[in-house]
Write a new protein. Sequence first.
Length: 137
Amino acid sequence: MKTTKYELVLVAEKSIEYFCLRLFRIRTLISFGVVEVWQEGGFVESEKNVDQSGDAQLLWMTKVGGELGTLTAFRNSTGGISVTRGCFTGTLDEFRAEVIKKHGGTLHEKGYLGLANYIEWHFAELHHLSGDEGATP
């Protein structure tokens, strides 16, 4: 029997509009790994965007960067780490490269790279990163 780990929070105050799409916050229904029951996570369009299997993990941060937006990091299908922030979606290494390109020499660069290091630590130490993507030498 398949265990349902997440549900969509289907109330207007817990949803956002993004490029004409209504996105809903997710909430855990059970505890798993280091995630406690009823914790709220990132935003998804529908339940088809949420993996209910294994110990799939999301790390969600708000009020990030100059626009005070949301940054979401998650284990991708290859076992690496993917990041979304604003219009950016890519791997953790691609995120770092884009930060340096767009924010090089600014406080935003330092902040975003610090968050990237935290994300890497979070998945390596708390969720045992299976691949080596983004790993520090």
